[in-house]
Every structure is written in C-alpha cells, then in structure tokens.
Design a protein. Structure first.
Length: 323
C-alpha cells in the first residue's frame, strides 16, 4: 500500500504540474500576441497620413514634417524587395560575364585576305583621295568572327583608272554575324604621276607583297598604319623609294600652282627631314632582316651603316641652306 500510495501521489502531482505549465505557456503566448497586436496597432497609427495639422507632444506638426515618419513603414517592404533584387543581380553577374567571355574566346579567328577569298567576309575599299580611304568589312557567316587586320596592304584599281595605293592597319576586329564594320585608314600613293583616286573608282585590297617586295616600302605602310608617321611624311618617303624621286625633286614639287595666289609646296622642310629619317630607319631594318641569318654580318653591317649615315651630311638640309 505504501508503495502504491507513493506512486499515486506522484501521478497526481505530475498532473497538476503539467496543467500549470500548459496554462502558463498559454498565458505567455497570449501576452506575446497581444503585445504584437499592440505594436502593430501603434505602427498603423504612425503610418497613417495625418490630417493637415496634428498635436504631438504639445506642439503643432504639419503634414510635411510627418512625411518621413508616416511613409517609412510603408516603404520598408519596398526597400527590402529592392535589396533582394540587387543581391540577386550581383550573384548572377559573374555567370553572365563568364558566359560572354566564353563566347568571345570561342570566336573564330580569320586572316583578312584568306577570309575574303573564302567568302567569309566581304571587303570594300572606298578611297576619298590619295591620302585617306574608308574600308568596309561585312561578316557573311552566321557566327561572330574575329578578324586579324593586315599590317600592310596595297589597293589596286580594278579598271586601271588610277594609281596604286598602300597603307596599313594592324590589330584585331570582332564582327557580329551578318553585320558590317567600317574603318578610316590613311593611305599613300605608290605610283607617282597617275590620277588620284576618288570614291567613284573601284579598288581592291591585296597583300602588299603582291605589289612590291621592297621591305622598306612595306615598313613605311606598316608605320603609317600604326600612326607612327604622318601621312605627308610617309608619302615623301614612299615616292623617294617607289619612283626614285630625289629630295630636290620632292622639295620643288608644288601642291598648288597659281599665278594669282602663288604656289603651295607639297612638302614642308620639316616633313622632308622626317621623311629622310624614315627612309634611313626602314633601310636599316631591311638590311637587318636580310642579314639576320648571320649575326656577325648583321652587327658589322649595322654598325657601318650607322657610322656612314651619321657622318654623311643631310641632303635635305642642304636644299634649304640658302633660303
């Protein structure tokens, strides 16, 4: 009996303990709900747009002064939504950039003249005059391509109506599928005395090696394409090499001849001095390329050429000594 009585008392105490704990828990939850409702009600009161005037803390507050206090609770969900969208954009940006980078890497690299012969690109050469031309290139494929621009090129008249031209570009160009790009390039005349080109003349770009094997002329076209020399300086150097025009002939050449306004020289003394320096530079480079198979011959030839060029007087300066 004692043992069972002990068990019975324990069960009764456990019942009341469980009941009391549940009651306390229900009361606590109810208090929390009431507190939440009261807080929400207070926020609702704050969020309401007040009338034109309200008395708060014994002073009059206008509607404009209540703007921040009244609108902040309503703008809070919008602020949170914008923050979530910003985070989502930042998370997705690396994958998008990676996809674009992969697409660029996957582009097919084409050589300019080989792609034109294969019908992958269409090239149009439209000269404005002997000094500048517009080059149009169109991607004829259904995929983006990266085109390697020629370091130097020649432009030949299709109907043999004008002079031969030359220039350079260099670098890479990306063209979207079935899209056209255009470039403005500087050019020089490679055949003195023939008519200057114009937009109505049809021209075709060819590798400069098909026109000349002179490495000095090719070097001038390359330097012009990389903007290392001005057009007029490159023109004087080109005519000196391709048409054997002496510096005296170039100095006496006039761009405009008029008995009313006078003559205008084609080249200034400064341009001719720069052209002489340019010819010396491309000549040294050409000699170095020819003697590259023998290092000893190359070094001796370069040193002798340098010493002779430094010791000889400048022929262009002598043209203007008496002026």
């Amino acid at each position: 009996m004692f043992a069972s009585g002990v068990v019975s008392d324990f069960g009764e105490n456990r019942f009341w303990a469980t009941f009391g704990g549940s009651a306390i828990g229900i009361i606590g939850h109810a208090s929390s709900v009431l507190s939440t409702l009261g807080f929400a009600r207070q926020i609702f009161r704050w969020s309401r747009v007040p009338s034109h005037f309200q008395f708060i803390e014994d002073r009059v507050v206008s509607k404009h002064q209540m703007t921040l206090r009244s609108r902040f609770p309503r703008l809070f969900p919008l602020v949170m939504l914008l923050a979530a969208l910003a985070i989502t954009t930042l998370v997705q940006t690396p994958s998008t950039n990676a996809a674009e980078a992969t697409a660029v890497v996957a582009d097919q690299v084409l050589e300019w003249f080989a792609a034109a012969e294969a019908g992958q690109i269409e090239v149009k050469f439209i000269p404005k005059d002997a000094t500048v031309a517009m080059v149009l290139v169109k991607n004829l494929t259904d995929k983006p391509v990266t085109i390697k621009l020629p370091e130097a090129f020649a432009a030949v008249p299709i109907n043999a109506q004008g002079m031969m031209g030359g220039g350079g570009m260099g670098g890479m160009m990306r063209v979207a599928p079935e899209k056209q790009m255009k470039m403005r390039v500087a050019t020089v005349c490679l055949e003195h005395g023939k008519p200057d080109p114009n937009p109505k003349m049809a021209y075709k770009m060819i590798p400069v090696a098909q026109f000349t094997s002179d490495a000095r002329v090719i070097g001038i076209c390359q330097m012009l394409g990389h903007n290392l020399v001005t057009q007029n300086t490159a023109q004087a150097a080109a005519w000196h090499l391709t048409d054997n025009l002496s510096w005296e002939k170039l100095a006496s050449k006039n761009r405009v001849e008029s008995k009313y306004t006078g003559n205008v020289s084609f080249f200034t003394p400064f341009e001719l001095r720069q052209a002489l320096t340019l010819v010396s530079e491309v000549t040294l480079r050409a000699d170095s390329m020819k003697s590259s198979l023998s290092s000893s011959t190359a070094s001796s030839s370069s040193s002798s050429s340098t010493s002779s060029s430094s010791a000889s007087p400048n022929p262009v300066d002598s043209l203007y000594e008496n002026q």
